[in-house]
Design a protein around this ligand. Structure first.
Ligand SMILES: NC(=O)c1ccc[n+]([C@@H]2O[C@H](COP(=O)([O-])OP(=O)(O)OC[C@H]3O[C@@H](n4cnc5c(N)ncnc54)[C@H](OP(=O)(O)O)[C@@H]3O)[C@@H](O)[C@H]2O)c1
Length: 237
């Protein structure tokens, strides 16, 4: 399946996995809307994509701010009138402490980004996909959404929640020709917040490995879709 000419939105595209996904989709011919809070980082990625001959735009987005999401959706509708691929990638990491030491404010902030954010993005953008009777939503979860994560209970809960949201929304949207997939990677070699591990970065999953899976998912022929990919490093880092 060809994605040339499609509009792809990638949240958290200023670094890490989102940057790799944005660059991959642009290399495949999509126009990529790179979204996150730090515009400077997004513009760097945008310029690198353009220098490589791709098409990209940078848009400031704060997933914790409902109005910011509504503004982005309105801008996409006015400027492009379409939304073919949505990659809900942005998230914040675990607190690195036991749940009982986490403040309600920290909990709220994490959930607002990791779980309410993808909900609001789908709420804002699915109507355009429904009107087009096609689209692909890829939610970046984690193996922490399948396993316990000591000192990361809220993060783990947000990813378990994202999985449940994704499987359910997939059922809601499949009659409209929209496919919803989840990618659950293990440790990826990024500067993800809350990271304090001693794992070998070279053995970790690389951001490009996740981008490769996104590319596979969105090029699947339209009559079927992959619900979920659990992505593991070949050698344990
Ligand atoms: N790295 C891993 O080991 C790993 C493993 C499994 C799953 N994952 C998942 O992979 C995804 C990407 O992680 P990563 O490792 O690439 O992390 P990262 O390098 O820390 O990137 C996170 C991105 O999210 C954006 N972001 C954070 N809060 C935001 C907000 N309120 N509004 C908009 N954007 C926001 C950040 O940009 P700004 O700060 O500029 O907004 C940044 O671009 C996440 O969903 C993470 O849970 C990561």
């Amino acid at each position: 399946m060809e994605i040339k000419g499609q509009l792809a939105i990638v949240t958290g595209a200023g670094r890490g996995i989102g940057e790799a996904v944005g660059k991959r989709l642009a290399a495949m011919g999509a126009t990529v809307l790179l979204a996150a809070r730090d515009l400077t980082q997004l513009q760097r990625v945008q310029h690198e994509i353009q220098a490589a001959g791709g098409s990209a735009e940078a848009a400031q987005l704060d997933l914790q701010d409902e109005q910011s999401i509504a503004n982005l959706a309105a801008a996409i509708e006015n400027r492009h009138g379409r939304c073919d691929i949505l990659v809900n990638n942005a998230a914040v990491g675990s607190s690195g402490k036991p749940l009982f030491e986490m403040s309600p404010a920290e909990w709220d902030q994490l959930m607002a980004t990791n779980l309410r954010g993808p909900y609001l993005m789908i709420r804002a953008l699915a109507p355009m996909m429904i009107a087009a009777k096609s689209g692909h939503i890829v939610n970046i979860s984690s193996l922490a959404g399948h396993n316990p994560l000591p000192n990361g209970a809220a993060y783990s809960a947000s990813k378990w929640g994202l999985n449940g949201l994704s499987y359910s929304v997939a059922e809601e949207l499949r009659p409209h020709g929209i496919r919803v997939s989840v990618i659950a990677p293990g440790s990826v070699n990024t500067r993800f917040e809350g990271r304090g591990d001693r794992k070998d970065p070279n053995k970790k999953i690389q951001p490009d490995d996740v981008a490769h899976v996104v590319a596979m998912l969105v090029t699947q022929a339209p009559q079927s879709f992959v619900s979920e990919v659990l992505l593991r490093p070949t050698q344990k880092p």
